[in-house]
Design a protein around this ligand. Structure first.
Ligand SMILES: *Cc1c(COP(=O)(O)O)cnc(C)c1O
Length: 412
């Protein structure tokens, strides 16, 4: 029997669920792109984007996904032959490194595996030993969406300051912006990458490069920045079209305006961070119960290193059961999608022989307890229906975490 009528839901770590109001904001004819409302709305987005990242610096918008924002950031502050260290705690640090290599950057990857956040001591030793030509930038992903590891960015800044190193600190917040605390100015982040389709609840297609004055100085030393990626006209435009390097992404602007109203002006960014933390706690509580006496376990052992936006769940990848070559994680995902209408994230970034040993629950953006409890309930049903051994009481545990949110209700 199929029970999957009603509204389908995505619980993948981006694109995230788009609020109905954001969808509705796009339901309108093409506007005048030379004059009038669109210009005002577009300009109103910048201060709100800055407030989400807690910065008084600059932000350039690109009609691109997160990969485009990586290329944009790299283009503005690095030149072929420059040396960079990329910290990898999953998958995206190495993808970012790959992109930089295709642009002629000399990248060294420091890899910390799938279950650990970066070790500041390793970076300290590496930079301490650095001799000319020095490392121009350190790439760090705040939340790695594949492993669901969350890194401590202020610790990194402290290392750079301690060793007196001039490198730029470049941080990927594509999965974390709007979900996890990020204080760009207070933390001394020089360049920050983000995109609209995760915590910012907008259809994929807009991305952001934030930068401070140090990064601006680095930009001034780079020659040959492509006219399209150059952030100067996008942040100091003489004409409106320069904000977007051509035609404005009209309907994305309407959508993002609505999403920022919800996040910044209605909920408040700090409240959104607290909500994500609480909902993540509900997911972890469920996993702890499933793990009891079974092979299921959280992808990241130490709760303080876990993302509040996405959770990776490890299962066995035992193919011996003869289920058409599918692993437990594959079967759980397939059951949830086809039987109950919720799409879970695939395992990503593991070595080939482990690639079927994980699935992910995205819990970023537009999400409330019925949505997260519904997703956890469907996974719980899948485990039972598929005969996958697991501990009892996952939903009770998750609901208890949610009930405890009341303890702080009204205190903020
Ligand atoms: C999603 C994601 C990316 C890639 O973004 P795209 O929009 O798919 O290009 C990069 N880094 C992180 C941390 C992400 O979560």
């Amino acid at each position: 029997m199929l029970l999957n009528r009603g509204r389908n839901s995505v619980a993948i770590p981006g694109p995230s669920i788009i609020p109905d109001r954001v969808l509705a904001a796009m339901q309108r004819p093409s506007p005048n792109i030379y004059d009038g409302e669109l210009i005002d709305i577009a300009e109103s987005i910048f201060p709100d984007l800055k407030s989400v990242a807690r910065t008084d610096g600059n932000v350039a918008i690109y009609i691109a996904n997160g990969h485009g924002s990586w290329e944009a950031g790299i283009s503005n502050v690095l030149s072929p032959g420059d040396r960079v260290i990329a910290l990898n705690t999953g998958f995206f640090g190495s993808r970012w490194a790959f992109m930089a290599r295709t642009m002629g950057i000399d990248v060294e990857v420091l890899d910390f595996g799938m279950d650990e956040c970066f070790d500041p001591g390793v970076l300290r030793n590496r930079l301490g030993a650095d001799t000319s030509p020095y490392v121009k930038a350190v790439f760090a992903v705040q939340t790695d969406t594949a492993s669901s590891v969350r890194n401590d960015i202020p610790e990194l800044r402290a290392v750079l300051d301690d060793v007196g190193h001039e490198s730029l600190l470049m941080v990927d917040c594509i999965a974390s912006l709007g979900c996890e605390p990020h204080e760009m100015d207070a933390w001394g982040v020089d360049v920050m990458n983000a995109a609209c389709q995760k915590g910012l609840m907008t259809p994929a297609g807009m991305s952001f490069v934030y930068f401070n004055d140090r990064a601006k100085e680095a930009r001034a030393r780079v020659s040959g920045v492509s006219g399209y990626w150059d952030w100067v006209p996008r942040t100091e435009p003489e004409h409106f079209y320069q904000l977007f390097g051509g035609t404005a992404p009209t309907h994305h602007i309407f959508a993002l305006r609505e999403a920022l109203d919800i996040l910044v002006h209605e909920e408040g960014v700090a409240n959104a961070w607290a909500r994500h933390e609480r909902l993540a706690g509900a997911v972890w509580a469920a996993i702890d119960r499933w793990a009891d006496g079974s092979a299921i376990r959280p992808g990241v052992s130490d709760p303080s290193h876990r993302s509040h936006a996405v959770t990776t769940i490890r299962t066995t990848n035992d193919l011996s059961g003869g289920h058409d070559g599918d692993t437990d994680a594959d079967r759980i995902r397939q059951w949830c999608e086809s039987r109950s209408g919720v799409t879970l994230g695939i395992g990503l970034g593991f070595p080939d022989h482990l690639s079927g040993s994980a699935f992910r629950i995205g819990h970023m953006g537009h999400l409330n307890p019925p949505m997260i409890l519904g997703t956890l309930g469907c996974v719980d049903s899948a485990l039972t229906a598929l005969g996958i051994p697991h501990g009892d009481g996952a939903l009770e545990a998750a609901s208890r975490v949610i009930s405890e949110a009341d303890a702080t209700f009204g205190l903020e």
